[in-house]
Design a protein around this ligand. Sequence first.
Ligand SMILES: NC(=O)c1ccc[n+]([C@@H]2O[C@H](COP(=O)([O-])OP(=O)(O)OC[C@H]3O[C@@H](n4cnc5c(N)ncnc54)[C@H](O)[C@@H]3O)[C@@H](O)[C@H]2O)c1
Length: 314
Amino acid sequence: MKLVITGAIGHIGSRLIRELPSRFPGAEIVMIDNMMTQRYPSLFNLSDNINYKFFETDVLSTDLVPIIENASVVIHLAAITDAAGSFDKKELVEKNNFFATEKVANACCSVGTPLIHLSSTSVYGTQNEIVDEDCSLEELKPQSPYAETKLREEQYLVELSKNDKLRFITCRFGTICGVSPGMRFHTAVNKFCWQAVMGQPLTVWETALHQKRPYLTLDDAVSAVFHIIDKNLFDNRTYNVLTDNLTVDSIVKYISQKIPDIKINFVKSKIMNQLSYNVANERFKATGFIFKGKVEKSIFETIELLRNSNTITR
Ligand SMILES: NC(=O)c1ccc[n+]([C@@H]2O[C@H](COP(=O)([O-])OP(=O)(O)OC[C@H]3O[C@@H](n4cnc5c(N)ncnc54)[C@H](O)[C@@H]3O)[C@@H](O)[C@H]2O)c1
């Protein structure tokens, strides 16, 4: 069995590449990353006797067909992922993310390999209290250039699969929390853990404290990928994949169980809006998946990882 992972040294990939071999013993793990984010430690101390192969290359400039040929699945994680930062580099995000997905999808088509495509719950900006994958186009209000591009990628795959033999699944992941060797700290939970450990005020968007947003633990993210491969769930549909919908307030309460006296600075962000909503994960559950992750566990593990970096946690 050959498994191809693009963006393999990122936050999600660096955990996935460590867990795939135990679930699929003997599999060849083919990793592609252009090192854009310099997460070299993601490749440190990988287990012995696993058939890893790393291509340090850009998806956009590589002939993917020989790499993907005979693979059982391509897990496409490569993207520029800083949603807040994407306002200042809209064209770069579009060029990198959309065209990378287009290229990976076309390569998958030409060799008949199924594709796991990663989208994001940030494509929603709904007025409704609960939103699911069947919502109208009006309820899809991507909150950043990053999210706009994700939506265009989704639509491209749907169109491609109509005329070609692409088999894919699009997963709209909630904001990831949890520990990995290549983890990043741009996003809500991880950023707040970092700030709390460093004794800094948490920079919370002015509107966000009591707004619900979807989060996904890395444990559940990895299990979801296993589930898709096990169930051969390449039905060309979109699934929301998230552990829980939480307010920032409840995240702060979890952090303060380990680090009391947290200060909050309210800041402006181009992504913020007045809306609070729950994203439904029923469609993915209906495939037999059980979300077992706990956001609070991810928070405690992140703080534990940093415990000796600042005296505040001792
Ligand atoms: N982390 C989250 O909260 C979250 C939430 C929803 C969706 N997602 C999606 O999941 C996927 C993985 O996210 P992540 O958190 O691991 O991101 P990440 O930024 O940690 O990792 C992305 C990796 O892709 C690589 N990359 C970027 N462009 C590339 C290119 N053109 N060619 C080769 N490599 C390239 C980067 O070097 C990086 O290592 C992304 O598509 C992201 O949009 C992530």
